[in-house]
Ligand binder design. Structure first.
Ligand code: SF4
Length: 360
């Protein structure tokens, strides 16, 4: 298995894919990667600099922490301020600035915030602390949503009364439609996410090719994966065709993972969700179904959320739309660094600003 994986870092194979890219590349094109892990892989492996002149790789809204709206961050902070509540969340979320505070600052003031690595850890926390109300912060795409669904189902089976979820999950296809309809950036093709597609498969992206004539390739994360995906896109652009292809066949089946999708569907239904930088997008979020409303933290606690203010001068919205590169933001490396982030794109390890800070 190790040698098989090593192939995806093989310089000779990378060179071959680069030759294909250079052969088929049109004079100009914008390729958007819509997965934070792809953003990091492109930056870490210097792939942006290898592209032929005229080919721009733009980062999109693929970092789950980054796309979480300021109001949602403020809501989590308001939940943390409720005395009986313990917030259970992934580490990145603790550092994201809300309007006037962050979970880390609230923790420093004595509020109860615990970092977990999975929603099932939050469930264990609830079982071990029956005197506390554990609220799990559900952010992210379909890679994390099935696990949250499983945690909610398990909590229901166990009749746990001290576990709930703040659901701010998102799904990618609705956001992609918003981005490609934006006249400010003409996206020629999409490098589609590997992890999310493991769950949802290729079908939800078909509208990109059929309705908008935009090619897309589902791609893995190693350097050869990335270059292979880009090469397949270049061939489509050259041939003036548009279809959704899978370059990450070792991870993604066309139909995705039906078991994980069924788990999501059992517990969640789609709803309008507000994305940082993109605004409200119908059908792009998940909320708990009525059957599981008892596990909805908003319905249980009705938190008192402060008026939302966006971080002053932060251009995360434009970065997430691919309209500007992170190093074009006036705060980049000046006011805004990973130690003192102004916006979430500098906080998250998958954020475009953090990737630029580290590798450019
Ligand atoms: Fe926001 Fe900082 Fe990125 Fe500028 S560099 S867009 S302030 S996160």
């Amino acid at each position: 298995m190790e040698s098989e994986l090593a192939q995806f870092k093989n310089p000779q194979l990378a060179k071959k894919e680069l030759e294909i890219i250079r052969y088929y590349a049109p004079p100009e094109a914008v390729l958007m990667e819509v997965c934070g892990t792809h953003t990091v892989s492109i930056a870490r492996n210097g792939i942006r600099d290898l592209m032929p002149k005229g080919i721009r790789l733009a980062s999109g809204p693929g970092c789950p922490v980054c796309v979480t709206a300021n109001k949602d961050i403020d809501t989590v902070i308001a939940l943390a301020r409720i005395p009986e509540v313990t917030i259970a969340t992934f580490g990145d979320m603790t550092r994201v600035p809300g309007s006037t505070s962050s979970l880390l600052k609230e923790q420093a003031k004595g509020k109860s915030v615990r970092i977990v690595y999975s929603p099932l850890d939050a469930l264990t926390l609830a079982r071990k602390n029956p005197d506390r109300q554990i609220v799990f912060v559900g952010v992210g795409f379909e890679t994390t949503t099935p696990l949250v669904a499983m945690a909610v189902k398990r909590a229901a089976d166990m009749k746990l009364k001290n576990f709930s979820v703040f659901a701010a999950h998102k799904n990618m296809p609705g956001a992609l439609e918003a981005i490609i309809s934006d006249p400010r950036l003409k996206v020629s093709a999409l490098i589609l996410p590997g992890h999310v597609s493991t769950i949802i498969g290729a079908q939800p992206y078909q509208f990109l090719a059929k309705k908008y004539g935009i090619p897309g390739v589902i791609t893995g994360f190693e350097p050869v994966d990335m270059l292979q995906g880009i090469a397949m896109i270049m061939k489509q652009l050259h041939d003036k065709t548009a279809s959704i292809e899978i370059a990450y066949a070792r991870g993604v089946m066309p139909e995705g993972n039906p078991v994980a999708r069924a788990a999501i569907d059992e517990v969640f239904e789609t709803c309008t969700s507000t994305w940082r930088g993109l605004g409200p997008i119908p059908g792009s979020g998940y909320k708990l179904r009525e059957k599981y409303a008892a596990f909805d933290a908003l319905k249980r606690f009705h938190p008192d959320v402060e008026p939302t203010q966006n971080p002053h001068g932060c251009r995360c919205g434009d970065v997430l739309r691919g309209i500007m590169a992170p190093n074009q933001c006036p705060h980049f490396r000046r006011l805004c660094t990973p130690e003192n982030p102004v916006g979430p794109c500098m906080v998250s390890s998958e954020g475009s600003c953090a990737a630029y800070y580290r590798y450019y």
